[in-house]
Ligand binder design. Sequence first.
Ligand code: 1HE
Length: 262
Amino acid sequence: MSETTLELVGKDKNVALITIKRAAKRNALSDPLVEELHDRFRNLPKEAKAAVITGDGEHFCAGLDLGELRERDAAEGILHSRRWHAAFENIQFGPVPVIAALKGAVVGGGLELASSTHIRVADKTTFYALPEGSRGIFVGGGGSVRIPRIIGVSKMTDMMLTGRVLNAQEGHDSGISQYLVEPDQLLEKAIALASRVAENAPLTNYSVTHALPRIADQTMTEGFMTESFISAIAQSAPEAKARLRAFLDDKANKVQRPDQSK
Ligand code: 1HE
């Protein structure tokens, strides 16, 4: 693996920090890099209970490596897009929750990559764009499926048709980032969130990342039925019973009021 690194971080060393290392090309996604991400997320170390993905340098990811964009016939184009789908599906529907640490350009395929993660932390240098329209192409990394579910069809349409660039605050207000922090806080915040997520019961994390988006896509009738099955399975796990018992025995944290001063 040459264009990404993986290290175990966090106080319990149970967070896999994956860094895209192509800063000279603004972490643009070449074919080998997409394959590498596919393998990284398929073969996470067993110690990893959550993951963080970020980019080296000042930018998260400048999207598709335009240097590789060449004449592809329709069949090759479909297969190329499907490789991206496979790689990003390993992120969205992999074994552990994934947190993206965003900065600088989150552009084109970079936004598609970010939208396949579960929690996005952005710093104030972040900007978002979908320049596919200006490049004469269309999203191909799952963007038309995932991005409207986050920001809505109308906002994505505007970004693609007019080349509109969202700044960090606009991206945050649109729901792309769930956390917005100062640049020097970015990685620390993402790792702290991942460490917190890693403390949850694994079956809860799996249900949230795998069942929740699928339930949200179902009709209400189907969704209620699926939810009842998932909740029954989750609560029957021995770990759930132990956690409920700990609360009743006054040995677990209570829900804290948010800090109103922030
Ligand atoms: C690249 C790429 C890239 C930079 N492919 N090489 N994505 C885009 O349309 C975004 C194109 N990139 C940019 O708009 C800018 O580069 C940035 C705003 C991301 C960063 O600007 P800046 O001033 O920091 O860097 P730079 O000087 O423009 O670029 C530095 C180098 O990175 C330069 O190469 P060099 O050899 O001349 O040093 C750039 O050519 C290179 N570089 N971005 C290849 N994307 C599955 S479908 C997905 C479809 C898409 O993603 S479309 C969107 C593509």
